[in-house]
Ligand binder design. Structure first.
Ligand code: CUA
Length: 271
């Protein structure tokens, strides 16, 4: 049988195209590591996220020298935590779930992108080399404010990164002549130990306590503030607690029973 030369060329070209298409599709589905979020992965009860040990408190955790895990909750119309802070040269595994409806977790300008389905935990491991700020966007329509649903991932220089959590428990008001107690909880979520100080500045006075913590530990520092320190001209005394780069501020109202304009016990006693 005699096949015309042009016909042969067209046949070969068509075969090459078919093989090319199959190769592209195979590479796209296998080679790029694209996975579906499905039942084979971890599941979680979306109505009980608050009690879930992973998602009750969305956060970043260190699990190895340069390895971190991030637990992210997507909900209308935000991501928690926000911003997510991780160090440069790290390998970060994101575990993402949704509280209400289907969202997505997509790092703008990268191929990091997953659908986030209530009840399912999407998992992705990403390597971050250099400090950069990435926008996180939702690209599944999830309601009227879908276009405003955004977050950030901050990849920061190693020396600026820590996983120290500071929370302060201070009274809103205190009776004149009484001392006040300010509790500072410092949590170290890094694997390495932490040595630092907790500083309380109140009514122009500063007290400092040493804080030494093993990795993964938390401690509470208690400051007792003398009544004299609280005797300011103004009945609102400002305080600031500083641990490394973390600062918390607030005010304590000193309630003077003999003072006409001091709201004693919050009741209306003017006669
Ligand atoms: Cu969440 Cu769109």
């Amino acid at each position: 049988m005699n096949v015309h030369t042009y016909e042969k060329l067209w046949l070969i070209a068509a075969m090459v195209l078919i093989v090319g298409f199959i190769a592209t599709i195979t590479y796209g589905s296998v080679g790029l590591g694209i996975a579906m979020v499905g039942d084979q992965q971890e599941t979680v009860e979306p109505t009980e996220l608050a009690d879930d040990e992973r998602f009750g408190e969305p956060r970043v955790e260190q699990i190895g020298d340069d390895e971190y895990e991030v637990y992210v909750v997507a909900q209308t119309f935000s991501f928690q935590p926000d911003p997510i802070e991780v160090p440069e040269n790290s390998q970060v595994t994101f575990h993402v779930t949704a509280r209400d409806v289907i969202h997505s977790f997509s790092l703008a300008g990268t191929n990091v992108n997953t659908m986030v389905i209530p009840g399912e935990v999407a998992e992705m491991t990403v390597e971050f080399d250099d400090p950069e700020v990435y926008g996180v966007v939702c690209n599944e329509y999830c309601g009227p404010d879908h276009h405003n649903m955004e977050g950030q991932v901050h990849v920061v220089p190693e020396d600026e990164f820590d996983l120290t959590e500071v929370s302060v428990d201070a009274p809103d008001e205190v009776d004149a002549g009484e001392s006040a107690t300010v509790d500072v909880t410092v949590e170290n979520r890094m694997l390495d130990g932490l040595e630092t100080t907790a500083e309380l500045e109140i009514g122009g006075e500063t007290s400092v306590e040493e804080v030494a913590l093993e990795g993964g530990e938390a401690t509470e520092v208690t400051f007792t503030v003398d009544p004299e320190t609280l005797e300011a001209d103004d009945s609102d005394v400002e305080w600031a607690v500083t641990v490394d780069d973390h600062e918390e501020r607030g005010t304590v109202t000193v309630i003077d029973a003999g003072d006409e304009d001091g709201g004693d016990d919050g009741g209306e006693t003017d006669e």
